[in-house]
Design a protein around this ligand. Structure first.
Ligand code: F42
Length: 145
């Protein structure tokens, strides 16, 4: 197991610590929204270190949809590049942990369908897309093995 490097953003690192430290029984929602969050564990593309990223919980059947919105910031989040470099992730959804593989959604029709599901789960994604020039990427995470 490689070294774990926490997020440099305090409130994010604190959510990961609470969520994972409680075995997925505490810290399950985004701040004031009450909306559910998952924790994605992956490898840093350059350091090879273990990284943990909380994201909104968006599901499509047994798959998870990961939205690289970063609040509508002008650049993709760093984790986007990490997942492109190494698509093997672990996803914690409350008390359940799954080994999964991600792929970025390129097909326009598939992306449109999944984007609607994402916005229904977390409406601010639509505002984030409207406030940035980049097209917000989406990954699908599917179970491996
Ligand atoms: N972010 C989203 O994009 N979408 C969401 O749905 C979302 C929900 C959410 C819910 C709860 C919560 O607590 C946070 C949530 N976030 C959401 C924020 C998310 O968890 C991330 O904090 C945010 O997207 C920013 O991701 P980031 O990967 O850009 O993080 C930065 C601040 C960061 O951690 N940078 C590190 C650093 O030290 O600068 C990362 C460094 C890194 O990964 N380095 C790589 C390595 O090899 O280790 C190298 C990468 C390279 O290629 O240079």
């Amino acid at each position: 197991m490689s070294e774990y490097i926490p997020s440099p953003t305090d409130w994010v690192a604190e959510q990961v610590a609470l969520y994972e430290g409680s075995g997925g029984t505490k810290g399950l929602t985004l701040k004031d929204t009450g909306l559910p969050v998952i924790i994605v564990t992956n490898r840093g593309g350059k350091t090879g270190a273990t990284r943990k990223t909380p994201l909104m919980r968006v599901v499509d059947g047994d798959n998870y949809i990961l939205v690289a919105s970063q609040g509508g910031a002008p650049k993709h989040p760093v984790w986007y590049h990490n997942l492109k470099a190494d698509p093997n992730v672990e996803i914690r959804d409350a008390e359940n942990v799954f080994s999964m593989q991600v792929r970025e959604v390129a097909d326009a029709a598939e992306k449109q369908r999944l984007w609607k599901i994402a916005v229904a789960a977390y409406p601010p994604y639509q505002d984030y897309q409207e406030k940035t020039d980049r097209v917000i990427p989406i990954f699908v995470a599917e179970a491996t093995g």
